[in-house]
Design a protein around this ligand. Structure first.
Ligand code: GDP
Ligand code: IMO
Ligand code: MG
Length: 416
């Protein structure tokens, strides 16, 4: 009986999970997604070619790995089908849970309409319909992938749902779908997805029993977790390692090594507190050098310094065994590099994540910068100041930085 390894984002998403999952996937037999939807954008660069994955697990570029999209994911069939067109021969290599919830076009319409109504209090969602799809799931009015098998019944239920909630849909300016058009659309989804629909819970149990090498791929990041993130500026799923159990049908004993992914600095896209944000020119330099623009929405990401308090919180929440420290090369050339080591809240210094981070001010420790670590592939060759920075971060967050990334490329990765 094997245990699955897991990769989790420790910050506000976009830490570089795609690169590390792809790197690790070269030695895996299965790669599985357990939460989120196509709000995720995981970038992989192999031999200079760039892939942006949203719903398809990042194991897809290893021809020997099979990929599972678990029940905890919300799936937009339209976007998923479009994403699949970049790959050949997926049958037998990709499996989608019959219990995953469908994210349908009206969910995105609701998402955008509600965000517009919130005005300046908007969350800054990706507008993909993630919140409304999870709301329907929790309210027990959602629809599962397995329902695609009977599209007549599914279309009838959806139209009925629009009729029951006509007051709300009319207020939001969302039209009731025409039954025939909806059924045709669902039939199209059924035809494309049928080869992939499976009882993935049973599959997970079987493959672990058969001692297969299994990697679980987190989406978003710990600070966007519905319970433990900066609520309400979060996503609508459990992004931490605990989410992998419910999102795939595993029990806690099924999970082994936990790798947390963190950038050597911090970014956040969308609204909400971000204590170590740097709105000066230095933040702009990080954005330009790090190409910090969203993979999913193209929005500029807010940039700032490594937040050791939030990272330590994430290490504890996820049970992190090792950290993969990403994008160290983006800090090349800075004279000084700052790290947030505590927050000042109501005039007091705290070294934990408080109830609300909104008014928390960062307390920084300043480190000496370095010239260049881009492309370096062994720890000993890193500049001394870079090595000192990494060792200091390890002490602050309480986990070993076992993987260090010095460029987007799969091979520019140090394993310690
Ligand atoms: P994910 O959502 O966590 O998979 O991360 P994204 O793909 O949204 O964003 C990470 C970005 O950083 C991508 O464009 C990656 O190609 C890039 N990247 C990953 N690791 C490194 C690195 O070590 N250095 C640099 N310069 N870029 C990296
Ligand atoms: P990956 O997997 C960064 C953010 C959105 C917004 C909030 C809620 O690529 O790291 P949602 O559309 O989920 O309701 O938006 O969450 N967000 C992400 N930020 N990376 C992501 O995914 C994200 N997925 C959602 O910007 O602030
Ligand atoms: Mg991303």
């Amino acid at each position: 009986m094997s245990q699955a390894q897991i990769v989790i984002g420790l910050q506000w998403g976009d830490e570089g999970k795609g690169k590390i999952v792809d790197h690790m996937a070269q030695r895996q037999e299965y790669v599985c997604r357990f939460a989120g939807g196509h709000n995720a954008g995981h970038t992989i660069v192999v031999d200079g070619k760039k892939y942006a994955l949203h719903l398809v697990p990042s194991g897809i570029l290893n021809p020997n790995a099979k990929n599972i999209v678990g029940n905890g994911v919300v799936i937009s069939p339209k976007d998923f089908i479009e994403e699949l067109t970049q790959f050949d021969n997926l049958e037998g290599r990709l499996f989608v849970s019959d219990k995953a919830h469908l994210l349908l076009p009206y969910h995105a319409q609701i998402d955008k309409a509600l965000e517009a109504l919130k005005g300046k209090d908007a969350i800054g969602t990706t507008g993909k319909g993630i919140g409304p799809a999870y709301v329907d799931k929790i309210a027990r009015v959602g629809h599962r992938v397995g329902e695609l098998l009977d599209t007549n019944k599914l279309a009838t239920k959806i139209v009925g749902y629009f009729e029951q909630n006509s007051v709300i849909f009319e207020a939001l300016g969302i039209n009731k779908p025409d039954f025939d058009e909806l059924k045709k659309e669902l039939d199209g989804y059924k035809q494309e997805l049928l080869p992939f629909i499976a009882n993935t819970t049973q599959m997970m149990w079987d493959i672990l029993k058969e001692d297969k090498k299994v990697l679980l791929e987190g989406a978003q990041g710990t600070m966007l977790d519905i319970d433990h993130g900066t609520y309400p500026y979060v996503t609508s799923s459990t992004t931490i390692s605990a989410g992998a159990c419910s999102g795939l049908g595993l029990n806690p004993k099924d999970i082994g090594k936990v790798t947390g992914i963190a950038k050597a600095y911090c970014t956040r896209v969308g609204n909400g507190p971000f204590p170590s944000e740097d709105i000066s020119e230095e933040g702009d330099i990080i954005r330009e050098r790090g190409h910090e623009f969203g993979t999913t929405t193209g929005r500029p990401r807010r940039c700032g310094w490594f937040d050791a308090v939030a990272a330590a919180h994430a290490v504890r929440l996820n049970g992190v065994d090792q950290i993969a420290l990403m994008k160290l090369d983006v800090l090349d050339g800075f004279k000084e590099v700052k790290v947030c080591v505590a927050y000042e809240v109501d005039g007091k210094q705290v070294d934990y994540v408080p109830y609300d981070l909104e008014d928390a001010k960062p307390v920084y420790k300043v480190f000496k910068g370095w010239d260049k670590c881009k492309g370096i592939r062994d720890f000993a060759s890193l500049p001394k100041n870079t090595q000192d920075y990494i060792v200091a971060l390890e002490e602050m967050v309480g986990a070993k930085m076992g993987v260090i990334s010095t460029s987007p490329d799969r091979d520019d990765t140090i394993i310690r």
